[in-house]
Design a protein around this ligand. Structure first.
Ligand code: SF4
Length: 378
C-alpha cells in the first residue's frame, strides 16, 4: 500500500513529474547533504523526476531507503571512473537508423521516446533519456518501421525508451498496429517501469487495447519488494488478465537489493504479482554509477542462495551486458565441477556432489543388455 504520511508533490504525474531539488527538500527535509548536492547537480546528467506516487514510497527517516537510493540523486553521480561510459552497452554503434538498435540477428530494440515517468539514477540510457545531456533524441517511426519491414530476419521487436506507456493509448496503438502489419514479425514486447512508477496508468482501456496485439509480452523493471504495493499488484493483475505474459528485469544495486533475503523476498513477491523474474542485470558501467554498483561476487552469492532454495520460476538469469556492445552474457555460480568424455561431475544447491555418465552423442556408453538388445528376426 502506498504510504501517505508525506505530502504529495504538487505536480501532476504526467505533465510535470520533475520537482526541482528545492521542492524535494521542502517535502523531504531529511535530505542528506550528499543528496541535496546531488539534486542541485542532477540535471546535468539525467533530469530529476519522481512521480508523486513513487515519492510517497520513500521512507524519509531512512537515509538508506531502497526506494530513495534509486531515484534521489547523490553528489557521487559527478564522480566518473575511467572505465565508465556514456553508452556502456554500445547501443549507438549498433543503430542503423535513429532510435533502432539491431545487435542480435533476429530482434531489435525500438526506442520510442526519451521520456520516463521518473528517472533511475543508474539508467543505462542516461545519455538519452530526459535529454539532460543534450542528446537530442528524435525517433523517426517511419524509418524505424521501414528498416524492420526490409529486414525479414527480424521476428521480435522490443519497444522501449524512455517509457512507451507514457504514450497515449491511441499513439501506442498506432505504433503496435503498424508493427503488426509486418508479416515476418512474430512477437512484440514492451519494456516499461510505468507499472511501478505510476500504476494508475494501467487502466482497463489500456489493457483492452494491448490485448489486440498478441503475442505481446511486457517486461517491467522492479528492484525491491517494497515497490510491489497493492496498487502495483492490481495493475499487474490487469495486464495479466489481458493475457499479457509479464517478466521482470532487476538491476543489482548496492544497498538496494544486493542482499539474498531482500532478493528472495522480491522474486517471490513478483510471482505473487504474476510476474516471472526474468533477468537480474549486473549494473552497467554508466558514468557516475559506482556508488550504486554491487560486485559480481555479490551477484553470484545471491544467485547461489536462490537456485534450489526457492521455486525455479522465481530464479532470474543473472547477466552482464558486455561493456561496449557484446550483448548479454549469462553468469552463474559453478555447478559443473568437472567434465570429460565419460562423465560430468556436478554439485547441487546443498553442495552435495554427483556424477552423471556422459552420453557420447547418442551412442550408448555400454552395449545394451541382451534382453533389450536387437529384436530377433523370426
Ligand atoms: S525507467 Fe528505464 S529508461 Fe527510464 S530512467 Fe529508469 S531505467 Fe532508464
Amino acid at each position: 500500500m502506498a504510504r501517505s504520511r508525506q505530502p504529495v508533490l504538487p505536480l501532476t504525474p504526467l505533465k510535470n513529474s520533475s520537482p526541482p531539488g528545492v521542492v524535494i527538500r521542502c517535502l523531504m527535509p531529511t535530505l542528506t547533504p550528499e543528496e541535496y548536492s546531488g539534486t542541485r547537480l542532477a540535471n546535468h546528467k539525467l533530469a530529476l523526476a519522481i512521480t508523486p506516487y513513487f515519492f510517497n514510497l520513500i521512507d524519509p527517516a531512512d537515509e538508506n531507503c531502497p526506494i530513495r537510493r534509486q531515484v534521489i540523486p547523490r553528489v557521487e553521480e559527478t564522480h566518473t571512473a575511467s572505465w565508465e561510459m556514456a553508452d556502456p552497452c554500445g547501443e549507438d554503434s549498433h543503430s542503423p537508423v535513429p532510435g533502432l538498435v539491431h545487435r542480435y540477428p533476429d530482434r531489435v530494440l525500438f526506442l520510442v521516446t526519451d521520456r520516463c515517468a521518473a528517472y533511475c539514477r543508474y539508467c543505462t540510457r542516461s545519455r538519452l533519456v530526459s535529454n539532460a545531456s543534450g542528446y537530442d533524441f528524435h525517433p523517426e517511426f517511419d524509418r524505424q518501421i521501414e528498416y524492420i519491414r526490409r529486414h525479414r530476419g527480424i521476428r521480435d521487436v522490443l519497444l522501449s525508451g524512455g517509457d512507451p506507456l507514457l504514450f497515449s493509448d491511441e499513439k501506442l496503438a498506432y505504433l503496435l498496429r503498424r508493427l503488426r502489419e509486418i508479416p515476418h514479425l512474430e512477437f512484440l514486447r514492451i519494456g516499461t517501469r510505468i507499472p511501478l512508477f505510476l500504476p494508475q496508468r494501467i487502466t482497463p482501456e489500456l489493457c483492452a487495447m494491448l490485448k489486440n496485439y498478441h503475442p505481446l509480452f511486457v517486461s517491467i523493471h522492479s528492484n525491491h519488494p517494497r515497490e510491489l504495493t497493492t496498487e502495483v499488484r492490481a495493475a499487474l493483475g490487469r495486464l495479466a488478465d489481458a493475457g499479457i505474459p509479464l517478466g521482470n528485469q532487476s538491476v543489482l544495486l548496492r544497498d538496494v537489493n544486493d542482499n539474498e533475503i531482500v532478493m528472495k523476498a522480491h522474486v517471490q513477491k513478483l510471482l505473487l504479482c504474476r510476474v516471472k523474474p526474468y533477468y537480474l542485470y549486473q549494473c552497467d558501467l554508466i558514468s557516475g554509477s559506482a556508488h550504486l554498483r554491487a560486485s559480481v561476487r555479490r551477484g553470484l552469492e545471491i544467485m547461489e542462495k536462490l537456485r534450489g532454495h526457492t521455486t525455479g520460476y522465481a530464479v532470474p538469469a543473472y547477466v552482464i551486458d558486455a561493456p561496449g556492445g557484446g550483448g548479454k552474457v549469462p553468469v552463474s555460480p559453478e555447478y559443473v565441477l568437472s567434465r570429460n568424455a565419460d562423465r560430468v561431475v556436478i554439485r547441487n544447491y546443498e553442495g552435495r556432489i554427483f556424477e552423471y555418465p556422459e552420453a557420447a552423442d547418442g551412442t550408448p556408453l555400454l552395449p545394451a543388455p541382451k534382453e533389450i538388445g536387437e529384436p530377433e528376426l523370426v
